[in-house]
Design a protein around this ligand. Structure first.
Ligand SMILES: C[S@@+](CC[C@H](N)C(=O)[O-])C[C@H]1O[C@@H](n2cnc3c(N)ncnc32)[C@H](O)[C@@H]1O
Length: 297
């Protein structure tokens, strides 16, 4: 028996582009602005001539800690600027944690779940855990779902609400919740709330609003056990994405199969990859597993 590994690319971006990678860095365009960020997995050589890299607006200088560091600006960049993906509009901004308000490779999941929500014959209630600036939430809401969005960071939720207004989705049913993902899920389980769609996109390490520690290998199995209690009898989809470099898509799939094995439907799993626009090479960002209620393909 063979299990296929899918390499999922987000092919519908106009406002984002991976221009080049190599020598431990990546060169990316976010709207009109070009950035150099560290990418330890880019162990190959840069493809574009050095002038392209030197022309970047800003370079992120890591401090040696997990995600700390600072930006060095070569050219002027506004405090924040507008980007869009399909009908979703959002603010992009350089942050001290090296991110810019969007994980572009995730768009492959947004398209997939939007399709499932639109083709569902019943209303879909989605739970988005670790929702960050809300782009997956807005994609689901735009497709017609009622969404509960949970993130530990008040700042991220404020940003997400601004993105909701920018996208013209302020009338859509979205609950924005600042909480620890596990605590929230346990509370919802006690209340008997049920969801048809589940998005779990955790960081490697994180902290809840009251300092609750999130460590993906230790915390994820506990969280998924609790999430199982929240699933409706007839769920529509579940997607789990893990950015920890050492994770295997085989293992992420195993834990999702364990959670959803009783439901009929289909799984797929693999890596979220971005194709360079210049050298056509693939850069992998995360591993994922996902399930939907459609029959096995
Ligand atoms: C990797 S980002 C998620 C990416 C995002 N879902 C996307 O697709 O753009 C991590 C997010 O998890 C949040 N976070 C970290 N620890 C948390 C916890 N214990 N409970 C809830 N959210 C947490 C952070 O505030 C951050 O917004």
């Amino acid at each position: 028996m063979t299990t296929q590994i899918t390499l999922l690319t987000a092919d519908n971006w106009m406002d984002y582009e991976l221009l080049d990678s190599g020598d431990g860095q990546k060169l990316e365009r976010f709207g009109k602005y070009v950035f150099v960020r560290p990418e330890v997995q880019a162990i190959w050589k840069k493809h574009l001539p050095l002038e392209h890299w030197q022309a970047a607006h800003a370079v992120f200088q890591p401090s040696g800690e997990e995600s700390g560091g600072h930006w060095l600006f070569n050219l002027k960049v506004p405090e924040r600027w507008l980007m869009n993906y399909a009908n979703i509009k959002f603010w992009a901004q350089t942050t001290p944690g090296r991110h810019l308000g969007v994980f572009p490779e995730g768009a492959a999941h947004w398209d997939w779940m939007s399709g499932l929500i639109k083709s569902s014959s019943k209303p879909v209630h989605v739970l988005n855990l670790f929702g960050y600036t809300g782009l997956a939430t807005l994609a689901a809401a735009e497709a017609g779902a009622t969404v509960t969005h949970v993130d530990a960071s008040k700042k991220a939720i404020t940003w997400a609400r601004e993105n909701q207004i920018l996208s013209g989705l302020q009338e859509r049913p979205i609950r924005w919740i600042v909480d620890d993902a596990l605590k929230f899920v346990l509370r919802e389980a006690r209340r008997g709330v049920k969801y048809h769609g589940l998005i779990v996109d955790p960081p490697k390490f994180g902290r809840g609003p009251k300092g609750e520690i999130w460590e993906v290998y230790k915390s994820l199995p506990v969280l998924l056990d609790a999430c199982r209690l929240l699933l409706d009898q007839k769920p529509v989809f579940a997607v789990l994405t893990v950015y920890a470099v050492k994770a295997s898509s085989v293992h992420v799939r195993t834990v999702l199969e364990e959670m959803l094995g009783d439901f009929s439907g289909s799984f797929d799993s693999g890596e979220l990859v971005t194709r360079e626009s210049n050298a056509n090479r693939l850069l992998s960002s995360a591993v994922y597993a996902r399930w939907d209620n459609k029959k096995s393909r």
